[in-house]
Ligand binder design. Structure first.
Ligand code: FES
Length: 171
């Protein structure tokens, strides 16, 4: 995937532009409840990211304007927290745990199988836009290591052979 999407007013890759008017109107609607409330920046960013699973640059400008804070502060928060992405991502985010307990229990084999199944490198997005794979530190379910998370669902006690059936649950 390329770098930060800067809206040019034209489609970036043959699809509709990430910053089209309909999308930016949806962003504005999502952040209006936070108008003039800089302390709610993280909440606002979560709501905006839920629209497309990432935060295009133009959307961040809308957030800054509505919350009445400098754009630099918004960009700083987005780059600080790993749960936010300013790069396009798939419809589902797969977070694989790389902390020690999962590693000891075989996470590496599960991760390798996952990447092979999806045909992506770590951090990549599948060609059909279905999944983006990211690493994370402990998911808090070490008792069922190795584990991974897809969107809000956690899967544990994994072996590589579990992956095809799990991935089939997601469109
Ligand atoms: S180390 Fe993987 S869930 Fe805790």
């Amino acid at each position: 995937m390329g770098g930060v999407h800067v809206c040019s007013g034209k489609p970036a890759s043959g699809d509709s532009c990430a910053c089209d008017d309909v999308f930016l109107a949806a962003v504005e609607k999502a952040v209006l409840p936070y108008r003039g409330r800089p302390e709610d920046l993280v909440l606002a960013l979560h709501d905006v990211q839920a629209l497309r699973n990432y935060l295009p640059r133009e959307a961040l400008r809308v957030v800054a304007r509505v919350l009445e804070i400098p754009e630099s502060r918004v960009f700083g928060v987005v780059t600080f927290y790993s749960m936010f992405s300013d790069k396009p991502r798939g419809r589902h985010i797969v977070r694989v745990c790389e902390s020690a307990p999962c590693c000891v229990m075989g996470a590496r084999e599960v991760i390798d199988a996952l990447l092979g199944e999806l045909g992506v490198d770590m951090g990549g997005t599948t060609q059909d836009g279905r999944f983006t794979v990211e690493t994370t530190s402990c998911l808090g379910v070490c008792g069922v290591a190795p584990a991974l998370m897809i969107d809000d669902a956690v899967y544990g006690n994994l072996v590589p052979g579990d992956l095809p059936a799990i991935l089939r649950r997601y469109e």
